[in-house]
Design a binder for this molecule. Structure first.
Ligand SMILES: Cc1ncc(COP(=O)(O)O)c(C=O)c1O
Length: 481
């Protein structure tokens, strides 16, 4: 039977125009009512109708500065003209996609181009549709190639939320309710070589999977840590896997996060997020041929690990176009320059605003961590907010940044009183200046006589006064990224 609510002709513009006013209701009814409640509670329940570069526009025509970058997906900026044109061309050419029993030229081209960027002899590529899928592949490849079961990961690590990747998640809040996890996974302290060596000494470790800069809170390892960690892995017969899903594709000021540590010799590099241009999901696991050959070891194992959508033409095209834009627009250097400007501005504020505990930055991964101050009055304000919920404090910066200054950013994660910034790499000096001015305004108010609590609670209260409201605000701490 034909659904009478479906128009005869498909008209995307009309569909969106008609449903713009009730988009949040639709989402709450049919997609994720919990997340809809979070958005309402923290005042993020806008309807964005357009995006370009580092900006979003809502239905009222208000412009927002996007310092969240779709969880570090939009490195080249949203709807980049080169990426859009490449995707249009791809569609207009009626290319055969997902023939499956063919060897797509676009896959070969993207793999070759990635090989040129990544180097280090990682000359085989397995394509994926997401970061977590890349990590799943790396776990399988490592176990198969070494014949060992163990996977070591770091505290605070985030590698995705499918079962294998979740087993390497260093945050209790994500793991809760999903046990049992993969067996033989072990957590070590990030940046602690002794701890890593202790885990490797057991002799049953297939791989150490690590982010070169941890996304949850932007934790940068000590100089030389990644290089030495890769050497230790090799000494004990384990593989070193760099999860560059967030740090890769110029985000940290170099093409890869591990490029800051030249002696680092990974056996696998996992990429995703920004390779997509924010338009078509794509990921890649770059693999050392000696590892690859042990997995795909015979003709009947030629597709022993695979996925239906893993080399679609649109995805491959997006990846190629993104690499072109990164090079043409020198986005790595730009990330370094803009990130340094942000850090310097934030550091200048630090002595005047005692709630700031630390500023961390690598390229355009930036974090401002809050902490309990020494001053009696501010300490009381800190404690009062924590007495309600440990995850609320950073929202007292994130919510007014959005509501008063139209800047989109996020809390770094559960239990982290930290604001995280991962904007598109195309932000300008004017954007940085605008952000710094807005952030200082927010900090000034947070440090006012009553502290940040009353203002935050008033904002939350405006949306709803129920107990569940606090839970929703505390939950708005960046599930992804
Ligand atoms: C370092 C890292 N690895 C893996 C993932 C998972 O990627 P995806 O969300 O595409 O599955 C993320 C996502 O935020 C990430 O930051």
């Amino acid at each position: 039977m034909v659904d009478p609510s479906f128009p005869v002709e498909f008209d995307l513009r009309r569909l969106l125009d008609e449903h713009c006013p009730d988009s949040h209701r639709l989402f709450a009814e049919h997609v994720n009512p919990r997340f809809a409640q979070v958005l309402r509670t923290i005042g993020f329940d806008r309807f964005f109708v357009r995006a370009e570069g580092q900006y979003l526009w809502d239905e009222r025509g208000e412009r927002y500065l996007d310092m969240l970058g779709g969880y570090a997906v939009c490195n080249v900026g949203r709807n980049h003209p080169t990426v859009k044109q490449a995707l249009r061309d791809c569609l207009d050419m009626d290319l055969p996609s997902m023939v499956q029993f063919d060897a797509p030229a676009l896959a070969g081209l993207l793999a070759r181009e990635l090989g040129r960027h990544v180097g280090r002899g990682l000359d085989r590529t397995y394509f994926t549709n997401s970061g977590t899928e890349g990590v799943e592949a790396a776990i399988k490849f490592a176990r198969c190639a070494t014949g060992r079961p163990g996977i070591v990961f770091a505290e605070r690590a985030f590698h995705g939320l499918t079962m294998g990747a979740l087993s390497l998640n260093g945050c209790q809040s994500f793991r809760q309710g999903f046990a049992p996890f993969l067996p033989e996974t072990r957590m070590v302290r990030f940046g602690d070589l002794g701890d890593l060596e202790g885990a490797l000494r057991a002799g049953d470790v297939a791989a150490f999977v690590v982010e070169p800069v941890q996304g949850k809170g932007v934790h940068v390892p000590p100089d030389g840590y990644l290089a030495e960690a890769s050497r230790l892995c090799h000494r004990y017969g384990a593989l070193f896997v760099a999860d560059e899903v967030q740090a890769g594709v110029c985000r940290t000021g170099k093409f890869l996060g591990i490029d800051h540590d030249p002696g680092c010799e990974p056996d696998m590099v996992v990429l995703s997020k920004a390779l997509s241009g924010g338009l078509v999901p794509v990921g890649a696991v770059m693999v050392r041929p000696s590892v690859w050959d042990r997995v795909y070891s015979s003709l009947d194992r030629a597709i022993v690990h695979s996925s239906t959508f893993h080399m679609g033409s649109m995805a491959m095209t997006a990846g190629l176009a993104v690499l072109h834009v990164c090079h043409e627009e020198r986005l790595a250097a730009r990330a370094e320059r803009m990130g340094t400007l942000l850090r310097e501005g934030l550091e200048r504020m630090q002595p005047r605003y005692p709630f700031i505990r630390a500023v961390r930055q690598r390229g355009l991964m930036v974090a401002v961590q809050f902490g309990e101050p020494e001053q009696l009055r501010l300490r009381a304000a800190w404690k009062a907010l924590h007495a309600i919920d440990h995850d609320l404090f950073a929202q007292s910066a994130v919510i007014p940044l959005f509501e008063d200054h139209r800047i989109l950013c996020q809390v770094a994660g559960h239990g982290q009183p930290t604001v995280k910034l991962v904007p598109p790499l195309v932000i300008t000096e004017a954007d940085v200046a605008y952000f710094l001015q807005a952030f200082e305004d927010v900090l000034r108010r947070m440090h006012g006589t009553a502290g940040p609590g009353p203002d935050l609670l008033a904002r939350i209260g405006r949306n709803s006064l129920s107990r569940r409201t606090y839970e929703a605000a505390a939950a708005g701490t960046g599930a992804g990224e």
